[in-house]
Write a new protein. Structure first.
Lengths: 335, 335
């Protein structure tokens, strides 16, 4: 089936583009140095494609993501790069030998939760500037000591420079990354262990301090990341259909804000200016090149933020040269 | 189970508040005069509660919503208040006698699609100011004529004053509604039929022109609608857990933008200022009253826009006086 014959709205991924993105990222972060973040796509078949390309390490933001990867046979080295207090499900997977699972801790409470949940290995999560979880850098050493006293293996540290990954000016992004990583490296000296985990798609070639890169958006990309001029291409869009036009050339397609992550703003349509997104509609106007739409026309809607876009869909329609060749369920969404 | 013992994040609905909202709306729009919009909650058990209270008419924004209601035995009078070109699934439900289904049309193409899909009844969708679907008011009569020539029953018109339902100033909202409804009434004169369908939660007591009100948000409400000073209360929130705190009193809970509709902005937390939402986190600061959070504390996160919030969740946890008494699947999401 051609992608333009899909019932709409439909989430599509171009497999060739995805593979090119993976190859580019893999050239800088080979093998286990790349810890792909599953939150960006929430799909075990997509994760399997990444593992098959030689990158078997993953991180995730939810227990469901980690557990799903483990049950899918992708449990070689999984990191829950987030704090949670309920870890029994993951501890049981470790106990049964189904996965190696490391979790982030940033407080005595999360250390205790890891221990109580049957988790054996942790990373100390360090706040390097993003106001979201992570202990203070100067507390990392004592937290690691506490974890070790509780019988946990401390593999190292993680810290995410999420406050700078989206900075459009490359020099400013580089300086921000350096400042953040100075904090992480100092914390690592106090904590010990082999792992320094951090970074993201936006700092993939700027972050020279981490031992493994936590990046997920590089695979599918979105219009927000595309503005940074990275060598990754947008591989995923929402296929829609024009359902209404007016005589001024404006048009409405059936891809609304329930099919798109809206926190980074409106989506993009080639040849158009997006005027309005509502629940199941996007209204757009010609951008001046004379394009006119007709009812029934196919339209590609490019999300501003891919992660929350994918989370609204239950499957990827996998395409090669415009033909749908596979369906990948988005099987790790929800909680 | 107490709502604060739920695994988080968890979508909760307070059944008493929901029932009060329904009673208030039903006092102004009794019986079939209220056509509840299912897009706001996407759940057949919730729709069943509305029908049981004497309001068996529903409208919806997607084929899946309409088909799901029909298959759940809620097909007495369903309106697809949206344009679509693929209606065979709904036509088959009509053919099998499972539902009365009316669809909106705004163009010759959508008239033809209704006919081709086996739909028998339509409303002419009229653009009354919102830049989203609907024919021009002056074209409504000829479109109705076309539909009748195609053998379709034209039940009347619909038009949604969505561009004014959120206007905070009540007098301005009233004037905008009047202007929009003048267009709809004129179109109705040209179209004929018994139905004049329109309105929404924000204009529930201002729109005196429609014969039936299309409202959905009144049941669950959200912080955006609450600013209008309507007599409906927020019945739904996302229950979260504090997973990280810092020594300044800031806190992070496990309710992020994948658990919230973000198009109307950040959610609200009582006693706090929300600083940042990311995929699985909300970071918030004390608002000055001295509240301090601890890791493990329960927190209620009130969405700014309920419709796209619900669409991220697979179930409502139904509560009465803080106890979970039922689970309602969000079974009509997706496409």
């Amino acid at each position: 089936m051609h992608v333009e014959d899909l019932p709409t709205p439909a989430l599509v991924v171009d497999l060739d583009v995805l593979r090119r993105n993976l190859a580019v990222m893999g050239s800088r972060w080979p093998g286990r140095a790349l810890r792909t973040h599953v939150k960006a796509f929430k799909s075990t078949p997509l994760a399997r494609a990444v593992a098959a390309a030689g990158h078997p390490s993953f991180c995730a933001a939810t227990v469901r993501e980690v557990a799903g990867l483990a049950r899918a046979g992708l449990g070689e080295d999984l990191l829950l790069a987030n704090e949670t207090l309920h870890l029994h499900e993951l501890g049981e997977l470790v106990e049964r030998g189904l996965a190696r699972i490391t979790v982030a801790v940033d407080s005595p409470e999360t250390v205790d939760a890891a221990r109580a949940g049957g988790i054996r290995e942790v990373l100390v999560d360090v706040n390097v500037g993003l106001p979201r979880c992570g202990c203070r850098p100067e507390e990392a050493g004592s937290l690691a000591d506490l974890a070790r006293r509780r019988g946990l293996e401390v593999r190292g540290v993680m810290g995410y420079e999420g406050h700078v990954v989206g900075t459009e000016d490359r020099a400013r992004r580089a300086r921000g990354t350096e400042r953040a990583m100075e904090l992480l490296v100092a914390a690592h000296e106090a904590v010990g262990g082999e792992v320094v985990s951090g970074g993201g798609t936006g700092t993939w070639d700027l972050n020279t301090w981490v031992s493994e890169l936590q990046a997920g958006s590089y695979l599918l990309m979105d219009t927000a990341y595309t503005r940074l001029g990275l060598p990754f291409e947008q591989a995923s869009w929402v296929q829609g259909t024009v359902i209404s036009v007016d005589r001024d050339g404006g048009a409405v397609a059936d891809v609304g804000l329930k099919a798109l992550g809206m926190d980074h703003g409106d989506p993009t349509i080639e040849g158009a200016v997006v005027l309005l997104c509502s629940d199941e509609h996007v209204t757009f106007l010609p951008d001046g090149d004379g394009t006119r739409w007709r009812v029934g026309d196919p339209v590609r809607v490019w999300p501003a933020h891919v992660d929350p876009t994918v989370a609204y869909h239950d499957r990827f329609h996998v395409s090669i040269e415009e033909r749908v060749v596979d369906i990948w369920p988005v099987d790790l969404r929800g909680w």
